[in-house]
Design a protein around this ligand. Structure first.
Ligand SMILES: Nc1ncnc2c1ncn2[C@@H]1O[C@H](COP(=O)(O)OP(=O)(O)O)[C@@H](O)[C@H]1O
Ligand code: SF4
Ligand SMILES: [Mg+2]
Length: 330
C-alpha cells in the first residue's frame, strides 16, 4: 500500500528560547524520527510515558511546529508551515485526545460541541448538521438522544465514542489515537477496540495508534515503532516485534507487559524512568540496559536492518542471543 503519512528526520524541540541576550536550548522530545505509514494500516507507537509520543502526534498534526525535518501527507510535503496553515493542509489528519472527557466543554451539550466542530469546517446548515451528527452517532453505536447530554453524564466508554464521533464528522483519512484504551475496564476496552476496527473498515481509515499498553498494541497493530527518549529504537511488523524483539528496551517492555490471559505482569523496567533533561551520552538506553558494554557509553547506535522490514538501533543486537519467542506467542 502507498504511504499516506510520513516523516523524515523529524525533530521537535520544546521549551527553547532565542532571545537577544539569552539563549536557552530546548529539549528534543522528538529527535530525528523517520516514519512511513501506509494507507489503511494501524501503525503503533509505543514507549514509556514521557518518551515523546504525544509530541510526535502533535507535530504530525501540525499543532506543534517541527524544528527540522520533513512531513508528508499523501505524497505532498506539508511541513515548514505556521501552525494555522499547517492544520489547514493537514485537515485529513485528525486526533483523538488521550482524555476525551477533558476535550469536551463541560458547559455544552454534546450536540452543540459536535455542531460547532462542523461549523468550524464550513458546514453551517442546521439540517445538514443534524443529519451528519445522527449518522455519525449511529456509526459509533450511540443513540441520537445523546446530543442532549452533558459530558459529565457520559460513561468513560461513551466519552470515547463521542470523541470518535467528533472527528469522524470531519471525514478524516488518518486518525491519531492517543492512548485510546487508557483507564477503561477490560470489557469496555474490548468494545472500543472492536468499534475502532469496524470504523477503520467502514470509512477506509488509517490509524496511528499510540499506547504504552503492549498487550493492546499486539492485538490491533499491523506495524509498530518503539520509541525511547525521542528516538525510534526498533520498528517492524507487530508479529516480528513481538516474536523476535531485538532491542533490549523492546524486550524489557514486552517482559514487563501484562499477560494477555490476565496473569500478573513480569518484572518492571529497570532503572529510573528516562528524562529528556538528562539524555545519557552514547546509547541513551545504556544506564538501564542489562546488555550494555563500555562502547555503549560512547557510541550512539543508528537504526540498521535486522531482517525483512525490521530495523533496530543497538550496537550489540547481533551479539545478543535471539530471544525465545515473546510470551503469549502461542
Ligand atoms: N509544551 C511543552 N513544553 C515543554 N516540555 C514539554 C511540553 N510538552 C511535553 N513536554 C515534555 O516533553 C516530554 C515528552 O512528552 P510527551 O510527548 O507528552 O510524551 P508521551 O506522550 O510519550 O508521554 C516530556 O518530558 C514532557 O514533560
Ligand atoms: S547499544 Fe548497548 S546500551 Fe544500547 S541497547 Fe544496545 S546493548 Fe544496550
Ligand atoms: Mg502522551
Amino acid at each position: 500500500m502507498p504511504e499516506i503519512l510520513g516523516a523524515t528526520g523529524l525533530v521537535v524541540e520544546l521549551g527553547a528560547r532565542r532571545g537577544l541576550l539569552r539563549h536557552r536550548a530546548g529539549m528534543r522530545a522528538v529527535d530525528g524520527v523517520d516514519l512511513s505509514i501506509a494507507q489503511g494500516e494501524t501503525f503503533g507507537i509505543v514507549g514509556e510515558s514521557g518518551c515523546g509520543k504525544t509530541t510526535l502526534a502533535r507535530a504530525l498534526l501540525g499543532l506543534q511546529r517541527e524544528s527540522s525535518g520533513e512531513i508528508r501527507l499523501e505524497g505532498r510535503t506539508v511541513s515548514g508551515l505556521e501552525p494555522r496553515a499547517a492544520r489547514r493542509v493537514r485537515d485529513a489528519v485528525q486526533y483523538v485526545h488521550q482524555d476525551p472527557g477533558a476535550a469536551l466543554d463541560p458547559w455544552w451539550r454534546v450536540g452543540a460541541t459536535l455542531a460547532e466542530g462542523l461549523a468550524i469546517h464550513g458546514v453551517t446548515d442546521r439540517a445538514e448538521q443534524r443529519a451528519r451528527i445522527a449518522e455519525t452517532l449511529a456509526a459509533v453505536g450511540l443513540d441520537a438522544a445523546m446530543t442532549d447530554r452533558y459530558p459529565h453524564e457520559l460513561s468513560g466508554g461513551q466519552q470515547r465514542r463521542i470523541g470518535l464521533a467528533r472527528i469522524l464528522l470531519l471525514r478524516p483519512k488518518v486518525v491519531i489515537l492517543d492512548e485510546p484504551t487508557a483507564g477503561l475496564d477490560l470489557s469496555v476496552q474490548a468494545a472500543v477496540l472492536r468499534l475502532l476496527r469496524d470504523l477503520r473498515a467502514r470509512f477506509g481509515l488509517t490509524y496511528v495508534f499510540i499506547s504504552h499498553d503492549l498487550s493492546v498494541v499486539r492485538r490491533v497493530c499491523d506495524r509498530v515503532a518503539v520509541m525511547y527518549l525521542g528516538r525510534v529504537v526498533e520498528h517492524g511488523s507487530a508479529a516480528t516485534i513481538f516474536a523476535e524483539p531485538r532491542h533490549p528496551y523492546t524486550r524489557a517492555l514486552i517482559a514487563a507487559a501484562p499477560h494477555l490471559d490476565g496473569r500478573e505482569s513480569g518484572p518492571s523496567l529497570p532503572g529510573d524512568p528516562p528524562s529528556l533533561r538528562a539524555i545519557p551520552p552514547g546509547c541513551r538506553f545504556h544506564p538501564r540496559c542489562a546488555a550494555a558494554a563500555e562502547t555503549c557509553t560512547r557510541r550512539e547506535p543508528v537504526l540498521e536492518e535486522a531482517g525483512l522490514a525490521h530495523a533496530v538501533a543497538c550496537l550489540r543486537w547481533r551479539d545478543l542471543a535471539p530471544e525465545t519467542p515473546g510470551r503469549d506467542a502461542a
